[in-house]
Write a protein that binds this ligand. Sequence first.
Ligand code: SF4
Length: 295
Amino acid sequence: MVKIEIDPGAGFCFGVEEVIKTAETRLRAGEVLYGLGDMVHNATEVKRLQELGLKTINHEQLTTLPPGKVLFRAHGEPPGTYQTAKDYGVEIIDGTCPIVSRLQKKIQKAYGEMNHETDQLVIFGKADHPETIGLLGQVNGDALVVSSVEDIAAIDPSKKVCLFSQTTMDPERFEEVEKALENYLSKNAGTSGIHHFKANCTVCGQMKKRKPGLSAFAGKYEVMLFVSGKNSSNGRMLYEYCLSLNPVTYWISGAEEVKKEWFEGHASIGISGATSTSRQQLESVLEKVKELTLT
Ligand code: SF4
């Protein structure tokens, strides 16, 4: 009998779970609902919501919408999007995760208290990620985005640095960037030798728990299936981590990609996923694996 188990720590993060519940409740009640961008970086889940009636729109379409309500996703939006919605009389349902909202306010406050001649704001994140676009919007785009240690060279070492992070980044990579930045600033501090640096690790607690959780789980199985959208940055990061813990790891988007030959000669299979992968998807992968290992 093959042992097949789902990682107990896997499933949607709190922010994504809430926004999906909101969409489901309203669609089931018969409301006309538009989603601004994909609600989650997960094609299977996006398709499921669209089948329930959610119409995905882009930012340009906000200005030409027929009557209906627009749901903002957990990643948040820049202030300009709220203004456009107001200008065009669009009714918003704000699904921004409260943790992201708090971070937006924190960044706004730090920026408001800065001396813009001598200080600079740096965000560790992905420049094209919706959350980072929303964070940049809090400061009119006046912040530098770094996504790796290599990007640090673009920071002006003569200015004070205040560092924040996109909530879904890898906490270990934040630490690497923080250390490298501290080094870079002290080496380039000029004749005074003085530099100023404030690091705010704003990676979400849900993200911080995922790697230790995966680390306790992935090594116990002969084969690991990691389930997530291929466009999820958190999914890619956790898949790569899973692969480093268990070299027999397959990255799949859903149950339909599972292959019988992966399990031949193996006695245990573990299933995990990103913070944008639902428990329901993990369970459908489990059912598929059961079916394939029984035949
Ligand atoms: S990762 Fe954390 S901050 Fe980001 S949406 Fe999920 S719960 Fe909210």
